[in-house]
Every structure is written in C-alpha cells, then in structure tokens.
Design a protein around this ligand. Structure first.
Ligand code: PLP
Length: 417
C-alpha cells in the first residue's frame, strides 16, 4: 500500500499501539492467570459504577432524553448544557472565571492532545518549525506519536531528589530548561503518568511565568488531577488562567468508554479546537456528557472524586508501595514517591538487563508492565536511567496486583543476581 507521510506516521507500529494490543489481547483472552499491571485502564469501582448506572437509568426513564443523547449531533464544541454546567462548577470550585467560550469537548483527551499539539507545533506559516516541550520526563507514552512532523518534542532531564533509602522524586531542572523561540507550548501531566509525580505549585508557577514570557501556552494534563477524578495524595493547587490550557477527561472518573475529553483554554484556542472537531468528527460524542451532566451540575462529582475515587487509588498505591519496598529490600531499587495517578514507578539502579528485557521476562511469566524507556520521548538517548525503570499499574483486581508485584520483585532479584 502506498502511504502518505500522514499515513506512514499514524499507521506505523508504535509504543502506545503495542501496549494497547498487549492489554486488549490479555483482556479479551479472559486469561485469569495474566497479571495486567500494564495498561492505563482505570479500576472498576463498584460504588462509582452504581452511580453511573443510575444516571443511565434516569436518562432511559426520562422521555426524550435517551433519544436526544444517541439521536442528535451536538455542536462541534460539545453538549452546550454540559459545558454551561461545567463552567459554573469550575467557577464555584476554583474561581477561575471561565465562560462556556473557554471550554470545548473532544472525543477523549487523547484526541484533544492530537489537535492541540499539531495546531501549535510543527511547520509554521513563516516556514520555521516549532516543538512541544516536556519540562520533565519521563512523560505520558500517549504523547509520543502524536506529532505530524519529525523532531516534534523536546524533553528535559529531571533533577532527582532522594527522599529516603527507597524513595525518590523527579523535579523540573530549571537550570537546563531552555525555552527558545522554537518552542510552541510547554506540556506536563499533573499527576504524571507514568511516575505518580505531582509537580509542585512552585514548579507550576515558574513554568507559567516562563510560558507567559515566551507568549506560549502552558498545557496541564489533568487526566488524574483536580477537580475530577482528583487522584492526588499530596497538596496541589489547581490553577488556570488564559495563559494555560487545562486538559481534563471523564475517563478516569470511570467513563473511558464514553471518550469525553475537556479542554479549558483561551477563547480563540477553544474555538479553533471546536472547528477541528467539526472537520474531523462533525461533533464530539455526547453520551459521556449526558451521563456526567447531573454530577457536574450538582457538584456531586467532587464528593465522588474525594470520597470514593481518591481513597480507592490511594489505598492501592500505598499497599503496592509497601509491598515493593519489602519485596525489593536490599536491592538498589527506588520507587518514585507516589503522589497521585494510578501507577507506581520503579527505578532499578544499574540493573544488569534493560527495561525491555525485564518486560519480556515478565510477560513470559504472565505479568504485563510497561518498559520505562517508552516514556522518555524527546530526551537524548545516552541516559542509562531510561532503561532502568518500569511502570506498574495497580488499578485491576487487588489479589492479581499483589500476585503481579510478587512476581516482579522475584524477577528483578533474579536479574540483579
Ligand atoms: N493523559 C494522560 C496522562 C493519560 O494517562 C491518558 C490516558 O491514559 C490520557 C491523557 C488520555 O485519556 P482519554 O483519551 O481517555 O481522555
């Protein structure tokens, strides 16, 4: 098949593609022996699912609502009622001063990033090319293949703070962060997928000032952050102003199947994304906003996030962290301080094999994780650290996660010996 440049880029096998494939196969096999500690699927939290089921029932029981939700295209910006409720909710919660013109929905935030990144970076009207800068890496694997041009991303190696004998934290290394005219936007996930890092308020403020100075947006990917699902276990202030683009999603609230991403941005940026929605999809899907509308309108989504979703992941995170610490005792292995998200990040200093070799050994014994090197896109290849890490997801069945962590500890011990 003769493919265009676009075709070759997007149809090639990618890290994210292989990951989704492994995960999908493991899920569809119904293979109960497979420990799925690899994907980014949120957990199935019964209390949340009961609430969503009730919302669906209400839609079904209210004359005309189901027919509207499935039978009508919404505007390219997304369901207007939902957007108005969200603007009100954000202003009441955080006093952000957003209007519906600052908000646009997309078919999942992944699609939103594809549009935002390519709208800002790549070839410019004046012939120059610009890039997306990750001020901190490792960073979300899903960004890696979104660029429609070469050398699309630039990433900055982090500073490493040792917190105790087993724990470390990445920080933005501002002394090496170079934001020249070739940078189109700065992007960071907070909490970070894959590490569970939550960059500090000071780091956000400094990035915001740097971005403002350069007249470029600071994109905060809040897929796991505030106000929902708020899977944050530390102090962090959610901020937004017109120099920022805040990306949220309903996926990690328990609705990944509904594909609903939310972008909060300056009016012209939000309008541009809405126009791109019209071209690529006519309109975003409306089932997600229909299911979440009442939760946002009533503000109940905050209670669900803080009282159900956050404690579920916090308990999982702490349990997994403790199990790793005792299972890896005596080895030169560190965990990133778990401050949020659905992952634990292991750094195996001077591991005699690569992360990919470890991934394969684990896969052969029925445990799926993600090799850490997939998350270092945009950073130079020579840093050994990138082959010394893995990401472990703790969202699935608790007993399976425990079995998986035991197996990982055993395999790491073998690799060192
Ligand atoms: N951003 C981050 C950090 C993620 O982890 C994910 C999914 O795992 C996404 C964005 C995309 O989420 P969705 O497209 O389901 O909204």
């Amino acid at each position: 098949m003769d493919l265009s440049d676009f075709g070759r880029r997007l149809s090639a096998e990618t890290g994210i593609g292989r990951l989704m494939d492994d995960l999908g196969k493991a899920l569809s096999r119904g293979n109960s022996d497979m420990c799925m500690l690899g994907g980014g699927n949120p957990g199935h939290i019964p209390e949340v699912e009961t609430i969503l089921r009730k919302n669906m029932q209400k839609i079904l029981d209210t004359p005309g609502e189901f027919e509207h939700a499935i039978g009508d295209y919404v505007t390219p910006r997304g369901d207007e009622l939902f957007i108005a409720a969200l603007a009100k909710f954000l202003n009441e919660q955080f006093n952000w001063g957003v209007t519906p013109e600052n908000i646009v929905l997309t078919n999942g935030s992944q699609t939103g990033f594809f549009m935002l990144f390519n709208m800002l970076a790549g070839k410019q009207a004046n012939g120059t090319t610009r890039k997306i800068l990750f001020p901190l890496c490792p960073e979300y694997i899903g960004y890696a293949d979104l660029g429609l041009a070469d050398d699309f991303f630039l990433a900055n190696r982090p500073d490493i703070e040792f917190i105790d004998d087993h724990t470390f934290k990445y920080h933005v290394n501002f002394s090496t962060l170079d934001i020249g005219p070739e940078i189109a936007a700065i992007c960071v996930s907070r909490p970070t997928n894959p590490t569970g890092n939550v960059i500090t308020d000071e780091e956000v403020d400094t990035l915001r000032c740097l971005a403002r100075e350069m007249k470029i947006p600071l994109i905060i990917d809040s897929a796991y952050g505030a106000p929902f699902p708020n899977v944050i276990f530390t102090e962090a202030t959610p901020t937004w102003d017109e120099s920022m683009i805040m990306c949220m999603t309903l996926s990690k609230v328990g609705l990944p199947g509904a594909r609903t991403g939310i972008i909060i941005a300056r009016e012209d940026i939000a309008a541009a994304v809405a126009n791109m929605n019209a071209v690529t999809a006519l309109a975003p899907g409306s089932l997600g906003s229909a299911l979440a509308y009442e939760l946002v309108r009533s503000g109940d989504i905050t209670r669900i996030s803080n009282e159900i979703i956050n404690p579920f992941y916090k308990e999982r995170s702490q349990r997994g962290y403790r199990q790793f610490i005792s299972g890896l005792d005596g080895l030169d292995v560190f965990l990133h301080k778990p401050e949020g998200s659905m992952f634990l990040w292991l750094w195996m200093r001077d591991l005699p094999i690569t992360d990919v070799e470890l991934y394969n050994r684990l896969k052969n014994r029925g445990i799926l994780v993600v090799p850490g090197s997939y998350f270092f896109h945009g950073v130079d290849d020579s840093w050994r650290h990138r082959q010394e890490c893995i990401r472990v997801t703790f969202t699935q069945d608790a007993e399976m996660v425990e079995r998986g962590i035991d197996g990982i500890c055993d395999e790491i011990r073998k690799a060192y010996s």
